[in-house]
Design a protein around this ligand. Structure first.
Ligand SMILES: C[S@@+](CC[C@H](N)C(=O)[O-])C[C@H]1O[C@@H](n2cnc3c(N)ncnc32)[C@H](O)[C@@H]1O
Length: 327
């Protein structure tokens, strides 16, 4: 990591400047880009289509031109190529759901001062619980993005043989699909909430892996996990839960592994100092303001859960990202 350079005053100003962020998020919320799909239009037409005040909308549209998300030709506005590909709802590469999630969390960020002063969380439930449809849509976007990195991760684990894998909180199945594609003898069980598995059913089918990937509906904290398994993967599920719940879950997983079986935890861990990696330090604040009880944990925490559960040969396979324990 090394010593980082001092921040300039210009950079401090830039950091404090969130206007453009909210302009983008609001444009996605108003679905401005879909209203412009395939055709340049004047502000009045767009306003009528999305239900907005024409002169107020004109200011937003002009700012989007300056942000290079729209072009203007005369009095008509048109999508840039990037906006057309990623911000028009029916595009196969639409990522707007992720931005809608940030927008849904906007009011929670407004309570950051209060949360820091009191140490008390201001939300009862994560957006994924209050708006499961948005949650499923976000998972679908993450799946599309994750398809690129999934196979690399699978390869780096260097597995072999006819392994039975449990993908706990496997979501849209990004990892299970990549693992099955990388290792021809591997079979996987994706364990997730019933509402999520409706999406998973589609992605598994699209990948043509119905015969090798089973879906197991349930709550991993309270329900049985079946098994036994040779490999359990916990990828990006622990930061929504408390330290104690995670400790109990790791112990439960231990009981469902064969001797010699391994648990792999992949997450966004903080390093020992808590000041890095940079993205994760901000993610920790995000978890603080947007979840009732989640936390961003250190690699050492995950290793401690494994130790207490009885795992041996506990190693950090990838710094602040992947921890493994063998039963
Ligand atoms: C951030 S996603 C991670 C998805 C996937 N593991 C990945 O890495 O792409 C978290 C997943 O955990 C699931 N989940 C959260 N709480 C759960 C619970 N108590 N029981 C089962 N699944 C749960 C969610 O439905 C969601 O699919």
């Amino acid at each position: 990591m090394g010593v980082s350079r001092e921040l300039s005053l210009a950079e401090v100003f830039q950091l404090g400047y969130y206007w453009e962020t909210k302009i983008l998020l609001t444009a996605v919320k108003l679905d401005v880009f879909s209203a412009l799909d395939g055709k340049a239009k004047p502000a009045d037409d767009i306003a009528a289509r999305i239900g907005a005040d024409p002169s107020a909308l004109t200011l937003l549209l002009n700012a989007l031109v300056a942000l290079r998300l729209l072009h203007r030709e005369g009095d008509r506005y048109a999508n840039s190529a990037t906006a057309a590909a990623h911000l028009v709802r029916h595009s196969s590469q639409y990522i707007g759901h992720l931005l809608l999630l940030h927008d849904a969390e906007w009011d929670n960020w407004g309570k950051l001062e209060q949360t820091i002063r009191t140490g008390r969380r201001s939300v009862d439930r994560h957006v994924f619980e209050t708006d499961p449809e948005l949650g499923a849509n976000v998972l679908a976007v993450l799946h599309r993005i994750g398809k690129q990195s999934g196979p690399d991760f699978a390869q780096r684990l260097q597995l072999s043989g006819p392994l039975r894998m449990l993908d706990l909180g496997g979501g849209a199945g990004t990892n299970s699909i990549a693992f099955c594609q990388t290792y021809p003898e591997l079979t996987a069980t994706i364990f997730d909430l019933p509402a999520t598995l409706r999406l998973t059913e589609k992605t598994v089918k699209e990948a043509g892996l119905e015969s090798r990937i089973a879906l197991h509906p349930g709550d991993f904290n309270t329900d049985g996990l079946s098994g036994p398994y040779d490999l359990v993967l916990m990828s990006d599920i622990l930061h929504y839960q408390t330290f104690e719940t995670n400790e109990a879950l790791v112990r439960k997983v231990f009981d469902h592994l064969v001797p010699g079986g391994r648990l792999v935890i992949k997450d966004r861990f903080l390093d020992e100092t808590g000041t890095g990696p940079a993205w994760t330090t901000a993610f920790a604040v995000h978890i603080l303001v947007n979840t009732q009880q989640g936390g961003c944990y250190k690699t050492g925490d995950a290793m401690e859960w494994m130790r207490r559960a009885g795992f041996a040969s506990i190693t950090e396979l990838e710094r602040t990202a992947v921890v493994q324990g063998v039963k």
